[in-house]
Design a protein around this ligand. Structure first.
Ligand SMILES: C[S@@+](CC[C@H](N)C(=O)[O-])C[C@H]1O[C@@H](n2cnc3c(N)ncnc32)[C@H](O)[C@@H]1O
Length: 243
């Protein structure tokens, strides 16, 4: 598994990355989040997603994030958020604090997820929901344009993404019940390659310079003929602390 330093990526991340369409709506609806609830996002980065939870629901929202540069951007969000520096595997909140703990595109950075899952289980209220948003092997292989123009990212991602059955197994070991999976997907028209050129996706830092240059040239050539239909897919892995 390769570790990237998000202090170096924060500027491009903030410039290009936004919430996934439909993801927060799915999570807050299924978890029944209201203004009375307390929500934590672990590895919140620039806090796009947890700020959206706050906007949608009025819930009291917390974010934990190791990178000071990502946190600096997160602190510019207009929503009222309690943001703290920290790591998933060192989560240290009082028992039974949260109604929902979530992470988005974070779990592949945690080498041993079980320790994080156990700590999150303890920090959830009985009946609280636990959400891990990640990519399955199938999603990684079918990303457009990423897998098509930068196919080296497929193996690079396989090295760092946990297989879904492994995550489910660790969730069960930590005590979570009601485990299930849901895929949130959308398409969009990609008209220019700037966010790929700027490497706002961390996997583009994991392939060689030649492959990156060739992929970008091919993408630009195809975009010159017109926009591409691109996809965004996320696998949402749900668990619940029993009552
Ligand atoms: C791809 S970004 C996702 C950020 C945010 N969740 C979002 O969806 O925009 C991954 C984030 O996980 C953070 N991260 C990396 N290792 C972590 C760890 N061990 N515990 C918590 N967060 C971590 C990174 O610093 C980065 O901000």
């Amino acid at each position: 598994m390769t570790t990237l330093n998000y202090d170096d990526l924060a500027t491009e991340y903030a410039r290009h990355r936004r919430t996934y369409p439909g993801l927060i709506e799915h999570i807050v609806r299924r978890a029944g989040v209201t203004a009375e609830h307390t929500v934590l996002e672990v590895g919140c980065g620039t806090a796009n997603h947890v700020a959206a939870v706050r906007r949608e629901t009025g819930a009291k929202c917390f974010g934990v994030e190791p990178s000071e540069q990502m946190l600096a951007v997160a602190r510019t969000q207009p929503e009222d958020l309690d943001l703290r520096q920290g790591y998933a595997q060192e989560l240290d909140f009082p028992a039974a604090t949260f109604d929902l703990i979530m992470s988005v595109d974070m779990i592949h950075y945690v080498r041993e997820p079980l320790e994080y899952f156990r700590r999150a289980f303890g920090a959830l209220k009985p009946g609280g929901y636990f959400v891990t948003v990640t990519d399955s092997d199938w999603i990684i292989r079918n990303r457009i344009p990423m897998a098509r123009y930068f196919p080296g990212t497929i193996d690079a991602e396989a090295d760092r993404y946990h297989p879904i059955p492994r995550l489910s197994g660790d969730l069960a070991l930590a005590g979570f019940g009601d485990l299930n999976e849901h895929v949130v997907e959308s398409e969009y028209e990609l008209a220019d390659s700037t966010r790929f050129r700027d490497k706002s996706y961390s996997c583009l830092h994991l392939i060689g310079d030649d492959e990156f240059a060739d992929g970008l040239a091919a993408l630009d050539a195809d975009l010159a003929a017109g926009p591409l239909t691109a996809n965004l897919r996320s696998l949402v892995l749900w668990g619940r602390r029993p009552q």
